[in-house]
Design a protein around this ligand. Structure first.
Ligand code: H79
Length: 468
C-alpha cells in the first residue's frame, strides 16, 4: 500500500515535469475493489459456462472502425504495419484522426449478410471490435460522443444490428474491447518524434486520471452488456505498465457481475505470455482462455482453454493494398490443426469503410463452408488428438465413441498407416462418402486402413472411425 502510493506519486511527479506547466496535486487512484477470485468457481460451473465456446471451435473476428477510412494510406504514407494501428504508425494527432468519422458512411453494410457469410462458413460466433485502440466506439455510447451514432454521417448502431442478426441466425455475438485508448484524455504519447495525442505502444496514463478512465471503461462495458448481451468479452491492449493484474481481476469480476455466464479472455489482466498468448502459470491470473495471436501452439495443452486469432492477409483492419492472402487450404488446415490441439480458431475479416467484407475473404470463407458442410462433425464438439506424437499424414480429433483422421498427405499406395489406438474399430468411412465402409486391419503396432486411390478432398479428407 505504502509502496503503491509511492510509485503512484513518483509516476505523477514525472508526469508533472513532462506535461503540465502548473501542476495540480495528484489524487492517487483508489485501491481496486476486491475481486471475486476466478478460482472460486467449481469445475462443474466452469465447464457449464464454457460449454458452448468449447463446442464451437470456429469463430469470426471482425476488425471494423475508423481506420477503414484511410485503409492504410495517410498523407502519402504507407506501411507494412497493421491497418488499425495507423493512428500510431502514421503519427496522426487525435484532432486529425477524429475527422475520419465524418467520412465513415458504410451504406453497403448489411448485418444479415455478414452473419450469413459467417454462418455459411460454419462459424458459431462473431467477435467484433466495439472499441479498438483508437478509442472510437462502434456502438451507441452515452458516456462518450466519440461513437458511430454521434460522429458519423451513417448515424446507426452497427453493433445493435449485428447482435440482433446473430441472435436471429443462431450465432453467438461477442465483442472485443481495448483497454489501451489513444483518444481518451487520460492517456498520452511520450515518445521522441511523436505527437502526444497520437497513438503509440506503449502509451502513458496520467495517474490522477486512471480512476476516471476505469469508471469510463466500466460504463461502456455496462452499455455493451446490457445493449448487446455478448457471449464473450475479448479484451486487448492490456500490456501497458499502467494496467495491473489487480486492475484485471477487478474488471473481470465487474464484467462477470454484470453477466455471470459471460466468457472473458486472458487479456483482461496480465497473465498473457507475449504473442504466444497463453497464460503464465506462476499464479492464478484473471481470464478464462488463452489468446495466441497469429500463431498456433506447437503442442496441445490438455485442460487449457485457448483460441488462436489469425488474419487471412497481414492486417486486421482493412488495408486497400494488402493482397498477401493465405490460401483456403492453409485456412482449412489451420482449423483442423487447432481443433486437433484442443483450441478454437478465430479467423479475422476487415471490412471496408463502405461496409463490405473484402471479396478475397468472402471467397475463402465460402471454401471453408464447403469443407465444413462435409466435415464439421470432425470439428464441432471435438477434443484434442489422442496420439502422443503428431501424425505423419495429418491430424486427429476425437469425441465420445469417435476418432477422426484428417488426412493432409494422402497415401500413394492406398494404405493409411495409423498408430495403435485405444478401443477397437467398429466401422471406418470417409465423411465425404459415408455409405462405403473402409477395410481396417488391426495389428499390435497400429491400423492399416485401405483407402481410395485419390483423396476426396485436396485440403483435408476426413476418415471417421466408430469405436467400441
Ligand atoms: O486487434 C489486433 C491487433 O491490433 C492487436 N491484437 C489483434 C487482435 C495487436 N495489438 N498489438 N499487436 C497486435 C502487436 C503488439 C505487440 C506488442 Fe507486446 C505489444 C509487443 C509489445 C507490446 C504483446 C504484449 C506482445 C508482447 C507484449
Amino acid at each position: 500500500m505504502k509502496r503503491a502510493l509511492l510509485l503512484a506519486l513518483a509516476g505523477a511527479m514525472a508526469m508533472v515535469i513532462t506535461l503540465t506547466a502548473t501542476p495540480t496535486p495528484p489524487t492517487p487512484a483508489p485501491e481496486p475493489q476486491a475481486a471475486k477470485a476466478p478460482a472460486a468457481e467449481s469445475k462443474e460451473a466452469r465447464d457449464k459456462r464454457m460449454a458452448w465456446w468449447r463446442d464451437a471451435r470456429l469463430g469470426m473476428f471482425i476488425h471494423w472502425g475508423l481506420y477503414a477510412v484511410p485503409a492504410g494510406d495517410y498523407q502519402g504514407k504507407r506501411a507494412k504495419d497493421i491497418g488499425e494501428w495507423i493512428m500510431s504508425w502514421a503519427n496522426i494527432p487525435r484532432a486529425e484522426y477524429e475527422k475520419f468519422a465524418t467520412q465513415f458512411n458504410p451504406v453497403k453494410f448489411d448485418a444479415a449478410q455478414w452473419v450469413r457469410i459467417a454462418k455459411d462458413a460454419g462459424m458459431k460466433y462473431i467477435v467484433i471490435t466495439s472499441k479498438h485502440h483508437d478509442g472510437f466506439a462502434m456502438f451507441n455510447s452515452t458516456v462518450s460522443d466519440y461513437d458511430i451514432v454521434d460522429r458519423t454521417p451513417y448515424k446507426k448502431d452497427v453493433l445493435k444490428a449485428l447482435s440482433d442478426e446473430a441472435k436471429k441466425q443462431g450465432l453467438r455475438f461477442c465483442v472485443y474491447y481495448s483497454i489501451m485508448d489513444w483518444h481518451h484524455p487520460s492517456q498520452y504519447v511520450d515518445a521522441a518524434g511523436k505527437d502526444p495525442t497520437a497513438g503509440n505502444s506503449p502509451n502513458k496514463m496520467k495517474p490522477d486520471q486512471k480512476a476516471a478512465y476505469v469508471t469510463y471503461m466500466k460504463a461502456q462495458l455496462k452499455e455493451i452488456i446490457t445493449q448487446y448481451d455478448p457471449g464473450v468479452l475479448w479484451f486487448d491492449g492490456e500490456w501497458n505498465d499502467w494496467w495491473t493484474e489487480a486492475d484485471g481481476q477487478d474488471l473481470y469480476a465487474y464484467v462477470r457481475g454484470l453477466k455471470p455466464d459471460i466468457i472473458i479472455n486472458n487479456r483482461v489482466g496480465k497473465g498473457r505470455k507475449g504473442m504466444e498468448g497463453l497464460s503464465k502459470t506462476d499464479q492464478v491470473y484473471a481470464g478464462d482462455f488463452g489468446t495466441p495471436e497469429q500463431q498456433i501452439p506447437a503442442n496441445g495443452l490438455p485442460g487449457v482453454d485457448w483460441e488462436s486469432c489469425m488474419t487471412m492477409n497481414d492486417t486486421w483492419g482493412f488495408k486497400s493494398y494488402d493482397n498477401n492472402w493465405k490460401s483456403s487450404q492453409t485456412l482449412i488446415r489451420n482449423i483442423v490443426d487447432i481443433a486437433s490441439k484442443g483450441g478454437n480458431y478465430l479467423l479475422n475479416v476487415g471490412p471496408t469503410a463502405e461496409g463490405e467484407i473484402p471479396a478475397p475473404s468472402v471467397e475463402r470463407l465460402a471454401a471453408i463452408g464447403k469443407w465444413m458442410k462435409t466435415n464439421s462433425e470432425a470439428i464441432y464438439g471435438t477434443h484434442a488428438s489422442p496420439f502422443a506424437t503428431q501424425l505423419a499424414f495429418g491430424r486427429a480429433t476425437t469425441k465420445t465413441g469417435k476418432l477422426y483422421l484428417h488426412v493432409f498427405n494422402w497415401p500413394s499406395d492406398g494404405k493409411l498407416q495409423v498408430p495403435a489406438i485405444k478401443g477397437t474399430v467398429a466401422k471406418a468411412y470417409l465423411l465425404a462418402d459415408r455409405s462405403k465402409p473402409l477395410t481396417v486391419a488391426s495389428a499390435a503396432d497400429g491400423l492399416t486402413i485401405t483407402v481410395p486411390a485419390t483423396a476426396p478432398d485436396a485440403d483435408a479428407s476426413v476418415i471417421a472411425l466408430d469405436l467400441k
